[in-house]
Design a protein. Structure first.
Length: 287
């Protein structure tokens, strides 16, 4: 299969890591909400916006995922901490990340770290990272949760991007440049550091033949993210939020991915192969 004729640049603001974030000593000021503690150094107005948006996103995302509302969940000493550095340089120094990084989130410590007035922070990065934390709190770490599902849920929380993602997904399908779902299951885009190297990945064509894709590291990451959110969006929109909630519950309770699919989508989606077939048909029909 030939290289893609176009480049698709899907804005990736952050990757989420399991490791701890080293928040260097700052003269932090604190704002308190019901579920969040926001730490800032200079711009209190921006910090207040962060706190208000965080509470709104928490309510919407937890509702979308069917998260059980425990009486003390993310309250009091369990509140999520959000650190807002005054500028990108100080954020990069504290995190030790590359220049392309715009923010970090820590699963285990329930912390989000970024910097003030980061473009797209309130509309994109913040709901994305909150969805990561809420989803992982819901499904835990022991079940079979592939990276594409984790990242797909986080991106689905970025409502402003949904229309754009659908357009790109349909374009990828029309040009036969979608990764195979079996490849998606085994691909860890967090290990892709050489963004200029050419990667060879498996693909499926519209006539259901096997093929290969030649992608730069950067394009591979972008295609993976687009497909991830497209798959989650397909499950939610095609079969409804309640079935997706049940799917997440099945994963939380320890079922494997295919067992969780066949149980939550009984008679509709019985395997990963069937999920891929129906998702591709959904794209062909303009979904």
């Amino acid at each position: 299969m030939k290289k893609p004729g176009k480049l698709w640049f899907f804005s990736l603001l952050v990757l989420l890591f399991f490791g701890s974030i080293n928040c260097f000593a700052q003269e932090w000021q604190e704002l308190r909400g019901d579920h969040f503690l926001v730490y800032f150094t200079k711009d209190e107005g921006f910090a207040k916006d962060v706190l208000n948006k965080s509470e709104l996103y928490y309510n919407r995302i937890s509702s979308d995922l069917g998260y059980a509302r425990y009486s003390e969940f993310w309250t009091w000493d369990k509140r999520v901490k959000i650190y807002i550095y005054p500028d990108k340089d100080s954020f990069l120094k504290a995190s030790g990340e590359q220049n392309w990084s715009e923010g970090l989130a820590d699963y285990k410590k329930k912390e989000i770290v970024s910097y003030a007035w980061n473009q797209g922070f309130l509309e994109s990065l913040l709901p994305h990272e909150l969805a990561h934390l809420i989803f992982r709190d819901f499904v835990g770490f022991k079940g079979e949760v592939p990276l594409w599902l984790d990242e797909g849920v986080a991106q689905w929380a970025e409502e402003a991007k949904r229309k754009h993602v659908k357009e790109i997904s349909r374009q990828l399908y029309k040009e036969d440049t979608l990764l195979s779902l079996s490849d998606m299951m085994n691909l860890n885009i967090r290990n892709i550091s050489d963004k200029d190297g050419v990667r060879i990945r498996s693909a499926r064509t519209k006539d259901n033949k096997e093929g290969v894709l030649f992608l730069s590291g950067n394009n591979l990451v972008n295609v993976f993210y687009v497909q991830a959110v497209s798959l989650v969006g397909f499950l939610v929109e095609k079969y409804g939020g309640s079935s997706f909630i049940d799917f997440c519950r099945q994963l939380r309770d320890g079922k494997g991915l295919e067992d969780a699919l066949s149980s939550a989508y009984s008679g509709l989606v019985g395997s990963l192969e069937e999920l891929e077939d129906k998702w591709r048909r959904y794209l062909e029909e303009g979904g």
